[in-house]
Design a protein around this ligand. Structure first.
Ligand code: FDP
Length: 337
């Protein structure tokens, strides 16, 4: 029987039952995240009407100006996740320090890292934004988790997902056995399985990169993009198309749907900070999802999920998507070395 049409809660509970030892904590946590994402979706879609557009008077830890909805989405995530007893601690793009569970609430066995509103530069122009999350196990016996407890490689993730707030709101989820996409049915308020077992085509003729950084790129990236742009007249002997949404959630969703490669490499302008995108709540969860959908994810020099994290807000170069193209970019890096 087809799974299409199942609610995300039914899907999660069925996954839990397939593991008789499971305590139900992960199912509970996912259900909390689903509730938070529904609330954020509602606020994003009404932001123009209820005056949530524009900047707040603050910056995040990375020195980036915060939008009002960045802060509100962060508060929604924290408020939905702090009291249910499934988490030991949280980390958010918008908050410098770890977020501890208040003493009056029970603690659970998981840690979560999230970007409450990725692509937020797109809010005021009514383009797709989203929430990204990564779930890790908290090392046992740890009353008050520290940074060290969060410093786990991407390969240790239990679950990763993202929700996109676009023409429709969708939740993309992996718990390590493939990738499934659920669409929010606003009439009944439930995410419904619409895209089971998402697979990224191995070949593609579509790339996504911020071309305005071209003069800062390193030779392997210059070479790769130059060959794409030359199309049928170059060594690739085929024409490529380019897309740049400036919203990672939208790019990754497109790649999951029809293939492609997304590159936010390091370059001479951002080399000192390590890259643009954040490892713990952007690169790792997206890498887990992409690999589970048969794609690849690399910095160009190493598999992203094998990087040993050093900081919760660490940045890394990101090259992900269709297998054959990512392999090619990795090869160009090794040929340069
Ligand atoms: P944003 O800063 O708007 O949240 O998270 C970083 C990110 O968006 C990605 O979603 C997006 O791919 C990238 O930055 C866009 O960067 P540019 O502004 O350099 O295009």
């Amino acid at each position: 029987m087809s799974d299409i049409g199942k609610s995300v809660i039914q899907y999660i509970v069925e996954q839990q039952r397939a593991h008789p030892d499971a305590s139900g904590d992960l199912s509970g946590l996912l259900s909390d995240i689903v509730s938070a994402c529904k609330k954020i979706s509602h606020l994003v879609s009404r932001s123009g009407i209820i005056g949530l557009g524009g900047y707040a008077d603050s910056e995040n830890i990375q020195g980036e100006a915060q939008k009002k909805l960045d802060i509100i989405s962060n508060d929604v995530m924290v408020d939905h996740l702090k009291w249910t007893g499934h988490l030991a601690a949280m980390a958010s793009e918008e908050i410098e320090d770890l977020i501890q569970i208040p003493g009056k609430f029970p603690k659970g066995k998981y840690l979560i890292c999230f970007d409450p509103l990725d692509g937020s530069s797109n809010i005021d122009i009514n383009l797709t934004v989203g929430t990204i999350f990564s779930i890790l196990r908290c090392p046992e016996g740890n009353g008050t988790p520290t940074l060290k407890d969060f410093m786990q490689k991407g390969t240790e993730q239990v679950c990763a997902g993202f929700c996109i707030y676009g023409p429709s709101t969708m939740l993309i989820l992996t718990i390590g056995n493939g990738v499934n996409g659920f669409t929010l049915d606003r009439d009944v308020g439930e995410f419904i399985l619409t895209h089971p077992n998402m697979r990224i085509p191995r070949d593609t003729a579509e790339f996504a990169i911020n071309m305005s950084n071209q003069r800062f790129w390193q030779p392997p990236i210059q070479r790769y993009v130059d060959e794409c742009v030359r199309g049928t007249e170059g060594v690739r002997e085929k024409n490529f198309n380019m897309r740049w949404n400036a919203s990672m959630v939208a790019e990754v969703y497109r790649i999951l749907t029809r293939g492609g490669i997304f590159l936010y490499p390091s370059d001479s302008k951002i080399a000192k900070q390590g890259g643009k995108l954040r490892l713990m709540y952007e690169a790792n969860p997206m890498s887990f999802i992409v690999e589970q959908a048969d794609g690849l994810s690399s910095t160009g020099l190493e598999r992203i999920m094998e990087i040993q994290p050093k900081d919760i807000h660490q940045r890394v170069p990101v090259i992900l998507g269709s297998r054959a193209e990512v392999e090619r970019v990795v090869r160009y890096h090794s040929e340069k070395a």
